[in-house]
Design a protein around this ligand. Structure first.
Ligand SMILES: Nc1nc2c(ncn2[C@@H]2O[C@H](COP(=O)(O)OP(=O)(O)OP(=O)(O)O)[C@@H](O)[C@H]2O)c(=O)[nH]1
Ligand SMILES: [Mg+2]
Length: 263
């Protein structure tokens, strides 16, 4: 991740604006203090992506923090074609000084935007949306994009897709858990049973009743395995399968539209 951040820093000198993609199910947890430092020298457009999966009422409570001098935000469903069209006008508004300076000389400036964010938040999907073509590879797992790539998206705007960047050291356990819940950290390096237990405990605090409604009264992994008849080959109930099911149901929106961090 240190290498990825160094590469971003090198790219930063070429760009006018940063498109900072956040997963709207845990937007604060997606803020990387290292990226914030890099982003402090440029205007920033926060893209609160995956709004189709989040709790918009709670998101609205957080959204105002993403607006200010040289800062703006948009709600986004990057998988919906045409949804990205608002980005160009937001970028132009954020870069209005450069645009004005060039237009005074009768030149249309090219605006360059660097797309950054944690793994799996939808950066490449957004870039494809802006290109109106599937040019960047996307995937439902972290670590899909391996290197930076520039794309012209029309209207004199170019965007650079980048690999997802996590914090060099995820000291805040609550943040680390949120990122694991939304699939920004590889499941292979986390214990899914432990993660699902943490998820259940967070969910019961913020949205009591959601689990028991989906799993016919069950609220623990063992109970969920029981109601789903997930049996272990060695006897007993398969908590690992229940853990995978709970996490997958959250990530795919089957548990409802949820914002899974404290507001
Ligand atoms: N429901 C929903 N899914 C989305 C949205 N945007 C992206 N996705 C899905 O999220 C997954 C990750 O998307 P990518 O665009 O590959 O994410 P990325 O940030 O480029 O990921 P890395 O390259 O690994 O850092 C894919 O399965 C997308 O289809 C959205 O607005 N809503
Ligand atoms: Mg990508």
């Amino acid at each position: 991740m240190k290498k990825a951040l160094n590469q971003l820093e090198a790219e930063l000198v070429k760009v006018d604006v940063i498109i900072y993609v956040l997963d709207a199910r845990a937007p604060k947890s997606c803020l990387n203090p290292e990226l914030d430092r890099l982003a402090s020298s440029r205007p920033v457009l926060f893209v609160l992506n995956k709004v189709d999966l989040t709790d918009i009422d709670r998101l609205e409570m957080l959204a105002k923090d993403f607006k200010g001098e040289g800062r703006d935000f948009v709600y986004m469903k990057a998988t919906e074609s045409g949804a990205g069209s608002i980005i160009c006008s937001k970028i132009k508004a954020l870069c209005k000084q450069k645009v004005k300076k060039f237009e005074e000389k009768n030149i249309k400036p090219v605006l360059r935007a660097l797309v950054v964010g944690v793994p799996n938040c939808g950066k490449s999907t957004l870039v494809n949306n802006l290109c109106k073509k599937a040019k960047a590879i996307t995937g439902d797992r972290p670590g899909v994009t391996k290197g930076k790539q520039w794309f012209a998206i029309g209207q004199n705007v170019e965007v650079c897709d980048t690999p997802g960047t996590l914090y060099p050291n995820l000291a805040d356990q609550e943040v680390a858990k949120s990122l694991a819940f939304i699939g920004s950290i590889k499941d292979e390096i986390t214990d899914e049973v432990e993660l699902a237990k943490e998820f259940i405990s967070r969910l019961e605090k913020i949205y009591p009743g959601v689990l028991s409604e989906r799993y016919r009264g069950a609220t623990t992994l063992e109970e969920i395995a029981r109601v789903r008849a997930f049996l272990s080959p060695g006897g007993g109930f398969d908590e690992e399968r229940a853990a995978k099911t709970v996490l997958q149901d959250f990530r795919s929106g089957k548990l409802g539209k949820l914002l899974i961090e404290e507001c």
